[in-house]
Design a protein around this ligand. Structure first.
Ligand code: UDP
Length: 373
């Protein structure tokens, strides 16, 4: 029996790990110990995903959140180390690029426990992003590098990983697995204004037909935007202007962004709602006419649902979407955001190339985990 210790702690990691956990449960010869660091702890940032996605309750629940990056990562490192010593896993598995990712990988590597990194090889080439630091360091100490895209493989090759005794495995993107598997449960968020619900099944606006693009779906939480008042102001102004002139903007607001907006004294005039569960997010993706975001995950989910994306960043790790012309990077420039939103709203985009593996990533990951060497 192969024992895997999975370390997760933040919203996107719950979604990614849910599909791999299910594939582990369906396989023989492998068992998972689930550790939640506590990095995200609000019910609507954590518990809702465990409930909706059927993730087993964590075997180990830590309570580490807040504080500086150093304090948070350091506390996680110490506590995860103790868990590894106690549980003696054959391997530690980490996801993505958060402080939980780095702490889990580092604790394992120092104890000579091999590390598998899901979402290896992604790069923004911006070392000011905490996520970039976390993912580069995590890749350096992992020996199974599960890459979601060909670009990610090329990034690792450019950094010399082919000369290291590690396995670089292009398995596709677990987020596509999640979107494809859970879409049948999509449900409208209860906080959504009734005029945005389509007629079918909801009986609200008689003028709106099922399939009409009715709103812009926006999310905002990257530190580069929330912690820079100039960028935050430009983005909030753009969202307000789009809401007034183009289409209603639905904004499930991340707690960090809510705090930053309150601090800065900005006023959002959009349909601002609390963070939603994954099933509600899938509904918003199905029904929107455009995604406006600085999230990594949302850029791809827009594509999975045939929606164009305007990205509120200067770089992206998902460059294949920009190359395919379905994602436009506009940074935090108010005029560019408004122009791009107007030119993409309501268009449909298509996945001709199966860029993200077609929903089989979790299965492939488990097949590789079952191979000891
Ligand atoms: N998400 C969600 N509810 C929300 C906002 C995001 O379920 O209110 C989901 C989203 O669909 C995606 C994941 O959370 O699957 C992305 O997480 P986030 O944007 O926090 O992180 P990133 O992808 O930028 O690392």
């Amino acid at each position: 029996m192969i024992r895997i210790l999975t370390v997760i702690g933040a919203r996107p990691q719950f979604i990614k790990a849910s599909v791999v956990s299910r594939a582990i449960q369906a396989a023989d010869g492998i068992e998972e110990i689930l550790l939640h660091t506590g990095q995200h702890f609000d019910a609507n940032m954590s518990a809702v995903f465990f409930d909706q996605l059927g993730i087993p309750q964590p075997d180990v629940q830590l309570d580490i959140h807040g504080g500086s990056h150093g304090v948070m990562t350091g506390r996680m490192l110490a506590e995860i180390e103790a868990v590894i010593l106690r549980e003696k896993p054959d391997r530690v598995m980490v996801y993505g690029d958060t402080n939980s990712t780095l702490a889990g990988a580092l604790a394992a590597a120092k104890l000579h426990v091999p590390v598998a990194h899901v979402e290896a090889g992604l790069r923004s080439f911006n070392m000011h992003m905490p996520e970039e630091v976390n993912r580069i360091l995590t890749d350096q100490i992992s020996d199974r590098l599960f890459c979601p895209t060909d670009t990610a493989v090329r990034n690792l090759e450019a950094e010399g990983f082919r000369n290291k005794p590690v396995q670089i495995l292009q398995v596709g993107d677990v987020m596509q697995d999640a979107a494809m598997f859970f879409v049948r449960h999509a449900v409208a968020p209860h906080e959504l204004p009734s005029e945005l619900l389509t007629t079918e099944g909801h009986g609200s606006s008689p003028t709106k037909r099922e399939g009409d693009p009715s709103f812009v779906l926006a999310t905002l939480h990257r530190a580069e935007n929330t912690d820079d008042s100039e960028r935050l102001t430009a983005i909030v102004n753009a969202l307000n202007a789009i809401h007034r002139a183009l289409a209603p903007v639905v904004l499930p607001l991340h707690p960090r962004t809510r705090a930053a907006i309150e601090r800065t004294g900005l006023i959002l005039q959009t349909h601002t709602i609390n963070p939603v569960g994954y099933f509600e997010m899938l509904w918003l993706l199905q029904h929107c006419g455009l995604v406006l975001t600085d999230s990594g995950g949302l850029q791809k989910e827009a594509f999975f649902f045939g929606k164009p994306c305007v990205t509120l960043r200067d770089q992206t790790e998902w460059v294949e979407l920009v190359e395919a012309g379905v994602n436009e990077l506009v940074g935090a420039d108010q005029a560019r955001i408004e122009q791009a939103a107007a030119s993409h709203f309501g268009h449909t985009v298509q996945d001709h190339a199966e860029l993200y593996g077609g929903g089989k990533a979790a299965e492939r990951i488990v097949t590789h985990l079952l191979q000891r060497e």
